[in-house]
Write a protein that binds this ligand. Structure first.
Ligand code: DAH
Length: 336
């Protein structure tokens, strides 16, 4: 029996070419070059062949074996190279791709405005003081020269807590209607000179509309000393507003009425050429308020002011409805 080495080679080469992964190549290798493969079969035939056959076949099969081994080795190298390239291309970091922006939380615009105000006033020597959100009728009204049955109480519709109303206003509690409630609390425990601001939430029992919420935030200001004047108030406000709105702001004081100040003013502000906007209430601390705090009011002067944070934010960011701040609509909130 003879062997057609040429034919064997052609078939083997075709199969090597067709094998397109390492596993198939392995099978083809075994089939032709393995211990029990076709080439091995020829070698074992040669052992028993005649010397002439041995010589001719032996040379041919050796050459075929070398060629096939070489072809295999090359193809295997190529395949491995391809696999490595593929793996690298998959792992490669494309530094030109735009990254995914990490999602940052942010402070609520009113908190941002509050902190900005705190920074500005602190840099002018004011201390930030806090008070309780539920306070007594005394601190919220009586101590501020707003006696019971005084029409001024109607200026601020009050939520009352469920309780037996006492004769003593110190025992009646309410969610404070104004941060002014902290004035006497603070003065009872601290002596002049005083320079504080009091940021915080206040509550009013009224219908909500574009400029009224039942809950909002104020900053109360109080500066007390021997010769604190309305001129000091104007200078401090001018500086505060310039820094808060980041532009020169004109202010004007109009006469106003608040029970805890005498005289009282409404403070309007405008940008050069703009319209006057009513921004806050203010005035010179009423002697009765000093008295309620236990001060000897003689020779003592002070100014106080109260400004709504929502109002400041609305003017600064040109928002025309205060309710937007509390609807938790991210499309709105993300703008700040
Ligand atoms: N507490 C007042 C309000 O809520 C605002 C205010 C006006 C505060 C005049 C003051 C002030 O300290 O002097 O409407």
């Amino acid at each position: 029996m003879g062997y057609d080495i040429k034919q064997l080679k052609i078939e083997a080469k075709q199969e090597i070419e067709r094998a397109d992964d390492l596993k198939q190549m392995d099978l083809v290798y075994k089939k032709y070059l393995g211990k029990k493969g076709k080439i091995a079969e020829v070698f074992s035939f040669i052992k028993k062949a005649t010397p002439v056959e041995k010589k001719i076949l032996g040379k041919e099969v050796n050459i075929a074996k070398q060629e096939l081994e070489k072809m295999f080795a090359e193809k295997k190298k190529d395949k491995e190279r391809q696999l490595i390239d593929l793996a690298i291309s998959k792992e490669k970091i494309d530094i030109t791709r735009t990254g995914d922006k990490p999602k940052h939380g942010r402070l609520h615009p009113i908190t941002q405005v509050q902190r900005e105000c705190e920074d500005i006033f602190q840099s002018m020597g004011f201390e930030v003081v806090l008070g309780p959100e539920v306070d007594s009728e005394w601190y919220n009204f009586d101590a501020l020269n707003v006696p019971k049955d005084h029409p001024a109480r109607d200026m601020q519709d009050t939520f009352w807590l469920k309780q037996k109303i006492s004769e003593n206003s110190k025992n009646n509690f309410l969610p404070r209607t104004q941060t002014s409630a902290v004035q006497v609390r603070y003065m009872e425990k601290n002596n002049p000179p005083i320079k504080i601001i009091v940021p915080g939430r206040v509550f009013r029992n009224e219908a909500t509309d574009a400029s009224h919420e039942t809950q909002f935030n104020q900053i109360e200001g109080l500066m007390v000393g021997e010769d604190v004047s309305a001129a000091n108030f104007k200078a401090i406000m001018q500086e505060f507003l310039k820094r808060f709105f980041k532009t020169d702001i004109e202010i004007r004081l109009r006469p106003g009425y608040f029970p805890f100040t005498e005289p009282s003013f409404e403070m309007d502000a405008r940008q050069k050429g703009g319209d006057w906007l009513e921004l806050m209430g203010a005035g010179m601390v009423h002697p009765n308020v000093f008295k309620a705090a236990g001060y000897n009011a003689k020779g003592l002067q002070g100014f106080a002011f109260g400004v709504g944070l929502e109002r400041l934010a609305m003017v600064k960011y040109k928002v025309d409805d205060a309710r937007l701040f509390y609807q938790n609509d991210l499309r709105f909130l993300k703008q700040f």
